[in-house]
Design a protein around this ligand. Structure first.
Ligand code: CA2
Length: 146
């Protein structure tokens, strides 16, 4: 049976590759999704979604309780504010990897804390969009028992 990984991106990440390349690089969100898909072995699939709305992200995390083998999430600015996303992730049983394109710890103090990190099994920050590839590789490893 196919195992599906849910790749979630939060607010403004639909603008990847279009603005602020000095912080977020030049790859678009479609490039990122394609890169992650290319890393999947046979029998694994990627369901990639982006929303600017907190409630949509919460709904998708709840839906993931039935059917998603693991979650990779860049919650964007909601990382620093959203107890609702943390609560939704706490109700999800599978592995969760949090990705930040930039090194949030090197940036403004309000970006240093992430609610989601309390739940994440791994946190990747500062690898640029390569961080999504690292997260995919690790999650594939976790799901295939290595
Ligand atoms: O470094 C990250 O991945 C962040 O999650 C990105 C969020 C930011 O609020 C977090 O503190 C760190 C912002 C995403 C905005 O993405 C844009 C991409 C291109 C152009 C404009 C915004």
């Amino acid at each position: 049976m196919t195992q599906t990984i849910l790749l979630l991106n939060g607010p403004n990440l639909n603008l990847l590759g279009q603005r602020q390349p000095e912080i977020y690089g030049s790859a678009t969100l479609a490039d990122v999704e394609e890169m992650c898909r290319a890393l999947l072995p046979e029998g694994m699939a990627l369901d990639a979604r982006q929303s600017n709305h907190e409630g949509a992200l919460v709904d998708w995390i709840q839906e993931a309780r039935s059917g998603m083998a693991g979650i990779i999430i860049n919650p964007g600015a909601y990382s620093h504010t959203s107890v609702a996303i943390l609560d939704a992730l706490n109700a999800y049983d599978g592995p969760v990897i949090e990705v930040h394109i930039s090194n949030i710890h090197k940036r403004e103090p309000f970006r240093h804390h992430s609610y989601v990190s309390r739940r994440a099994d791994a946190v990747i920050a500062g690898l640029g969009t390569e961080g999504y590839a690292a997260a995919t590789r690790r999650l594939v490893g976790m799901l295939s028992g290595s």
